[in-house]
Design a protein around this ligand. Sequence first.
Ligand SMILES: [Zn+2]
Length: 187
Amino acid sequence: MMPAEFGATPWGRIWVRTVESTAAAGPNPALPKARSLARNHAATLTVETGRVEAEVVVSGRTQQVRIDLPPWSDQERAEAERLVGKALAEHQNLAAGDLPDSLEADLRREKIGVAVALDDMDAACDCRTRRRPCVHVLATLYTLSQRIDERPLLAVELRSPGWEPAAPADPDWTPLADLDVESFYGP
Ligand SMILES: [Zn+2]
């Protein structure tokens, strides 16, 4: 089986779901068009924490897209860092930039949102389409999902200012599972 074109990993898939939520109340004709644009590399992305910018070229016209994403709260970030550190310690053979699929489920269980719902992001495009989100924003998000499938760590970096993925594990940090519960809590 060929890997999915969009959402080949759980990390990309949650972003694909965000895009496709626009079809929840009925078919969105902009979605196939947006997929086609992403497939044909029409969107060139610049991604940094909290912001995705893109130039999307459609029939020779370039549209500028900017999408602002809310950062994680300090609490979410601290918990995410803990879970990512734990997951990376348990999966030491991962390629750089990869994250184990199980971590996505761990974050979901802790209600730490990785993708951002369309209502919670601030998306702007300089086209004149009345219907929002426009096809350029949707193509940008599909392309983002592909970038995240290629490098899942990007999904985490997007939400977390100053994330240092290469930082060595805190030597004082002990995974909870490694503690002897009885001695930890004392007699
Ligand atoms: Zn547009």
